[in-house]
Design a protein around this ligand. Sequence first.
Ligand SMILES: *Cc1c(COP(=O)(O)O)cnc(C)c1O
Length: 240
Amino acid sequence: MIRENLEDVEKRIQAACDRAGRSRSEVTLIAVSKTKPVSMIEEAMAEGIIDFGENKPQELRDKYEVLPKNLRWHMIGNLQRNKVKYIIDKAVMIHSLGSPELAETIEKEAEKHQLVMPVLVEVNVAGEATKGGIRPEDTEAFVRAVSRYPHIRVKGLMTIAPIVEKPEDNRPVFRTLRNLAVDIARQNIDNVSMSELSMGMTGDFETAVEEGATYVRVGTGIFGERDYGMKEKTGESSIS
Ligand SMILES: *Cc1c(COP(=O)(O)O)cnc(C)c1O
C-alpha cells in the first residue's frame, strides 16, 4: 500500500511541477510518519524516501534511535520549549519556529551542542486562532530578531494551511506565504535565506507545489489514516 501511495504522490508532484514549469528536484517530499510504526517507515525507505516528518519530539527521538542514521528528520509540529533538547541534535530542520521564546531555547540548546540549527519560521497566514505561528505582518521583524542568534539559521517560511474542501481554496494562503518570503528576501538580512517554503499536505500539496513549495509534508496520502486511539490526550493539539 505504501509503495502504491508513494507512486501516486510522486506522479502528482511531478505533474504539478510540470504545470508550474518547475524542476522536480526543487521539491522535497517529506513523509509524515507521526503515529506510524517503524516498520512502515522502513517500507517507505525501501522506496527511496529519506526525509521524514514528526510532530512529537520524543517520537522523533525514539525513531531516530532505532533507524539508520542517513535519514533526515524534520520537526514539523508545535514544539514545546522543554522538549527542544530531545531533537536538537537529531532533526535536520525545525519547521515550526513560531515564537521568540522558542527561538531563545533553540539557540541555547544548539549552542550546548555546538551546532547551527536550520529553521523555518511558521507563519499563521490565515489568522486561525487555534494555530501557532507569527502573523504575516510581524514576520519580517521576527526573522530579523532570530537572525541575530549565532546558532540558528533561518532558511525560509512554513505554514499549516486551513482544512478546506477544495485544495484550490488554499491557493491564496500559499501565494501569500511565497510573496512574504520574496519580500523578506529583498531585505537581504544577514544570515537569512528565504529559499525554502514548507507548505502543502495530503489534501493540497499539488496546489502548494504550483505556488512554489520546496517541502511538501504528506502523511495520510502515504501511510493512510492515522489512528490516535487511546493515546490521544484531550487538549493536545494534533492535526489528524
Ligand atoms: C500531520 C501533519 C502533516 C501531514 O498531514 P496529512 O494531512 O496527513 O498529510 C503535515 N504538516 C504538519 C505540521 C502536520 O502536523
